[in-house]
Design a protein. Structure first.
Length: 268
């Protein structure tokens, strides 16, 4: 994925909860308790978006009827899947909205962009760049021509190269996978072997969730080349994800810094 061409489709949440315009308000409240979301696109009997219902509507508007149609907002801004991620960011910022339904030409809901998705798109924007940089480095180092694809790689075929992961970071990656937000891992295919280069927390989280395959950028060498990281993994006895140690008595360095800053502010 070219970061200069990143679109809403690449970062939107695709597993979207919607409600019908004749859904009872109390049922929406129950749904909010179950899903922990505070707003949903509203659709008609044909599945076309007709509005949006939020906790704000339920709390501060008068219930003329007991149905969503009586309090939902009908002046809804929507986006298309091919909209540039930066344009979506500008729209949300300028209109002061925290969610942007994504629809097709028939106005059927295909996904939703939230503030979280926008932040994630900027935090993880470097991932495709990292893949291309790695690909180019390998080609120069080994004088080969590689190909880059995005595949669902079977878990049992991937060899890890990192011997430990942090429990708190693992929790975050698990949440992203459950919500369909996780970025692909980076894997090298050398001969008939798959070596994990980047994304060990995501990979371990996938295993913990019982997933059989891992979404990955695969750099195919088209040759059998033994990487230095693969040799190191062998020396460490890393053959599968079961050999990775989960550190739960220490924090990921980034989290530790964040907590330190927060704690220092509380002491002022």
């Amino acid at each position: 994925m070219d970061t200069e061409k990143a679109t809403v489709r690449d970062y939107m949440t695709k597993d979207v909860f919607t409600v019908k315009y004749d859904t009872l308000n109390n049922d929406v409240i129950k749904l909010m308790k179950q899903t922990k979301h505070d707003g949903y696109p509203v659709v008609d009997e044909d599945g076309q978006i007709v509005g949006i219902i939020t906790a704000y509507d339920l709390l501060l508007k008068d219930w003329v009827t007991n149905q969503v149609s009586g309090i939902m907002s009908t002046d809804v801004i929507v986006a298309r899947e091919d909209m540039h991620i930066n344009d979506a960011s500008r729209v949300m910022f300028r209109h002061g909205i925290s969610r942007l339904p994504v629809v097709d030409k028939q106005r059927h809901v295909k996904g939703i962009m939230t503030n979280t998705d926008i932040v994630r798109s900027h935090i993880e924007r470097s991932t495709p760049t990292k893949v291309n940089a790695f690909k180019e480095t390998m080609e120069k180092l080994y004088d080969i021509k590689t190909t880059l694809t995005r595949e669902q790689v079977p878990v049992d075929k991937i060899r890890p190269t990192q011997d430990r992961v942090y429990a708190d970071e693992l929790q975050g990656r698990t949440y992203e996978l459950e919500k369909g937000l996780a970025e692909p891992t980076i894997v090298v295919k050398s001969g008939d072997r798959y070596i994990l280069v980047d994304g060990h927390h995501r990979a371990v989280a996938s295993v913990k969730l019982g997933l059989d395959k891992i979404d990955s950028y695969v750099v195919d060498f088209h040759k059998d080349i033994r990487l230095g990281m693969e040799k190191t993994a062998e020396k460490q006895g890393l053959n599968s994800f079961n050999d990775i140690t989960i550190i739960d008595d220490d924090q990921h360095p980034l989290i530790a810094i964040t907590e330190t800053i927060k704690n220092s502010q509380q002491k002022r």
